[in-house]
Design a protein around this ligand. Structure first.
Ligand SMILES: *Cc1c(COP(=O)(O)O)cnc(C)c1O
Length: 399
């Protein structure tokens, strides 16, 4: 029964079961910069609250800057929708294949399955839990239309190896950077190496507007069409900029534009990014320092950040030595009023995964990680006393 109620938590990225007020330390709390209502008020006062207005333009420009100035960011209603937009833009269709990790969020698979494609799941690395780049070349076949990599916890995948594998075969690389905004690989911002990348501004992410996302377009040839597909298959974006005198139906598409109200809210958070990232980094480093000795003594692995990666400090996880130790620590923390959660249930080992011919045992590292992983509370407003309470509770536990 317990497992059942927790399943949506484990499958989801954010893991926010309704936190009863009884949690002394909740798992997550949405950040508030203090400026959100002011900017939302400005958007309302302007009289235009649908998408494509000045707050959308400002948030997209700031995202472009954060991403190094060569990428075009298009705000969308979610990261899930940005992935759907990516699948449509890459013309993925029935009979095609998409290569992706099994240890990731369900939307990565769904976006392509919705277009009729078959997911080809790849196992992950034991250290970063990112897609195992050494397995990707063999997973690419004549029908592969995309390889999607996800930067788990905000730590970069081996993008050099992935870029090589995909370029050799002429297959586009898509980065799911839902965890990765503000992270870097070899000095480059995550989300700027693949042909396309996606971002999430869901409540559980570093920067949020409740629900929202972005498609990052790194190939200038795809920008105009991405705008059209996002805007119901019309050239309304050009019309709004005064580039055409009427807008028409010119392609397929859907309604993936983010409201100005949410763009204004998001802008307030993006402007507070230094504060957010400084707090998250401090909390992450405090966990790493305070738990290192305990982890070594109890066969537990702490997150590893390769030397060429700058973490986005999206999450802090432990890999316990056994599934029983993970479940035991989770229960122990809950008894101390601390909500710690696990994820992901590997996609290949799910009812949908089985429909595509996968079975338990096919991808052992994803299964190993899924059964042993526990995420500790990490959010910008986690105060030192609460974090100390979490650390003390972990140190009491014998794995
Ligand atoms: C949060 C998340 C998504 C989906 O984001 P939404 O904005 O909620 O649709 C996709 N991929 C990963 C890795 C995520 O963590």
């Amino acid at each position: 029964m317990r497992r059942r109620t927790e399943e949506p938590v484990a499958t989801g990225s954010g893991a926010t079961p309704a936190s009863p007020p009884s949690w002394r330390v909740p798992f997550n709390r949405a950040f508030e910069s203090g400026k959100e209502l002011e900017l939302v008020g400005e958007a309302m006062a302007g009289g235009h609250i649908a998408g494509g207005g000045r707050f959308t333009a400002r948030a997209e420009a700031l995202l472009g800057e954060i991403l190094g100035g060569r990428s075009r960011a298009l705000l969308t209603t979610s990261c899930t929708h940005a992935l759907e937009l990516a699948a449509l833009l890459l013309e993925v269709g029935p009979g095609d294949e998409v290569v992706l990790p099994s240890f990731t969020f369900v939307s990565v698979a769904n976006a392509f399955v919705l277009r009729g494609a078959r997911p080809v799941f790849v196992d992950c690395r034991r250290d970063t839990l990112n897609i195992d780049e050494s397995l990707v070349p063999a997973a690419i076949g004549p029908r592969t239309r995309a390889v999607v990599a996800m930067h788990y916890a905000g730590v970069g995948c081996d993008l050099a190896a992935l870029a090589r594998a995909t370029e050799e075969r002429g297959v586009p690389l898509v980065e799911d950077a839902a965890h990765g905004l503000f992270g870097s690989w070899c000095g480059r911002p995550l989300g700027t190496v693949g042909r396309l990348a996606t971002l999430s501004f869901h409540e559980t992410k570093n920067v949020s507007c409740g629900e929202g996302g972005a498609l990052v377009v790194n190939d200038p040839e795809l920008v105009a069409r991405a705008e059209v597909l996002r805007e119901k298959g019309t050239d309304r974006s050009r019309f709004q900029r005064g580039e055409v005198d009427k807008y028409r139906w010119i392609d397929v598409g859907s309604s993936w534009v983010l409201s100005e109200l949410l763009a204004a809210f998001l802008l307030a958070q993006l402007e507070a990014r230094e504060r957010i990232q400084t707090a998250r980094r401090r909390i992450w480093q405090e966990y790493a320092a305070a738990l290192a000795g305990w982890a070594a003594a109890h066969g537990t692995l702490l997150p590893r950040v390769p030397d060429d990666c700058g973490s986005a400090y999206h999450l802090f996880h432990l890999l316990l030595p056994t599934p029983a130790a993970r479940d035991g620590l989770m229960a122990h923390l809950r008894s101390r009023g601390i909500l710690a959660v696990f994820h992901y249930l590997p996609l290949h080992d799910s009812p949908m995964g089985r429909r595509f011919g996968y079975r338990r045992g096919d991808l052992p590292v994803a299964e190993w990680a899924s059964e042993r992983l526990l995420r500790l509370p990490l959010f910008a407003s986690l105060d030192p006393a609460s974090q100390e309470h979490v650390i003390a509770a972990v140190l009491e536990f014998s794995a």
